[in-house]
Design a protein around this ligand. Structure first.
Ligand code: SF4
Length: 43
């Protein structure tokens, strides 16, 4: 998960995804979700 922090938003992955996913946005959103879920578990 920590590798996500290294995303430079270069966009190189966009052409490679056969599903045309917006990988830059999805990485950030899922990274946030990951930490939000962790916080919920701590309660
Ligand atoms: S935009 Fe895509 S290819 Fe570029 S650093 Fe982020 S994940 Fe890697």
């Amino acid at each position: 998960m920590k590798k996500i922090e290294e995303c430079t938003e270069c966009g190189d992955c966009l052409d490679k995804c056969p599903y045309e996913l917006d990988i830059r946005r999805l990485l950030k959103e899922n990274y946030e979700d990951y930490f939000n879920v962790l916080e919920e578990f701590k309660k």
